[in-house]
Ligand binder design. Sequence first.
Ligand SMILES: [Mg+2]
Length: 455
Amino acid sequence: MTSLYSINYHTRAHKRDAFIEFIKSLLLNPFVLHTRPSFLAADSEETPEWEKKFAPATRTQKNSHCGEGEETQDENVKRYCEVLQCVEELIYDHILHQRQNLIELSRLSALVPSIGRFFTPLPLRNSFIRQDAKRAIAARRSVPPSFNDIRAVLNDAQVTAISSTVKLMTFDGDMTLYADGANFPPTSSLVRLLITLLHHGLHIAVVTAAGYPNSPAKYETRLAGLLTGFRSSSLPAAALERFYVMGGECNYLFRYDAARGHLVGVAPEVYEPEAVRRWSTDEGLIAGVLDVAEGALRAGASEMKLEGKVDVLRKGRAVGVVPKDGVRLTRETLDEFALTAQRALTSHSLAQSRSPPATTTTTSTPPPTVPFCAFNGGSDVWVDIGNKLIGVQMLQAFLGTKGWETLHVGDQFLSTGNDISTRTACCTAWVTNPEETAEILTELCSLLGAGEGGK
Ligand SMILES: [Mg+2]
């Protein structure tokens, strides 16, 4: 029987991040308990003696400034910092358990069962103080620390923690480097910031769902503003050639060629490991997965009465639902498509793994499982073959970087998003627009500059 709780959980879980919700719930305690109300003449002559006798001590003694002024605000900062210091300790304890392969025994795993891996400690306390100066979190008396406040603190802490080890940064495209469906504008402050990161010796890769097989020109169009910046920069060729584009989540790799001033394809044999080559070269297997995805998306369009309002597009490594001109799909509709496709493909791959091999020989190996990614792209829905986890892992192996040396920046970290899978491989920062990306890169470039100055 399906309980009301499980229905509510399933209808909301995909919109929430369990770790951010956990921190939010902890910060709500000081907000409720210590952000005091103002009292109206609690010790006036009208107050009966018997009431004064039992009134809370703080209410009668601190009446003049309860909940008001600088002193209370400083106290609020102190209490929020105490909470975040505890979370810092929980994270570090979790890292120590990870190292011993005892992740499920950490206290954080008990408190947030869906918690994943951490690749660095997170200095949340100091990051809160910096973000509080920008967002006035502790000064607020009516609005408690929000999802976006905590996301900003986590991003700040992650950028600070990785600044001394970072070697590779990977970026989502739409809503991370440029507006949804737009091209990289030449006027974006991200052009200068990405060039600065290359100058500091980092590798940069755009890891995007956009899939244009054997078409570097199409990626060049999307990244036109950035590539124009590269061509006019004074950076040496070796630095500029640390720039890559991984398209179709993990299906096509391109590298910037400074002599030509263009992107050039990298042959899959050069960077794809054997485990990936087993499914990436099996076009029949891939077509079977896309057939299942296409069937689920078409059925969804029919059930939601959207035929005639959307197109179902099939590409070599993807199938998607794209609204026709003038049609806008709600987030709920997009999530429904993504979750329906996820379920259909998960049951398809489970059925395949349980079915007996086609041949009777006991030595035959089962066909490889084709990884997929069904996600809400903001205005459309796509099912891609492969995912960004594989894309980032292949770049890490190709460039020789580890999880604590890699930072992925993206905007889709809910369970219907395509950036969330990278959390298994590396550190991440969750942004909602290119301006936030610029903010965290400004902070990172400043820390990298300070680090160089100290060498
Ligand atoms: Mg995006």
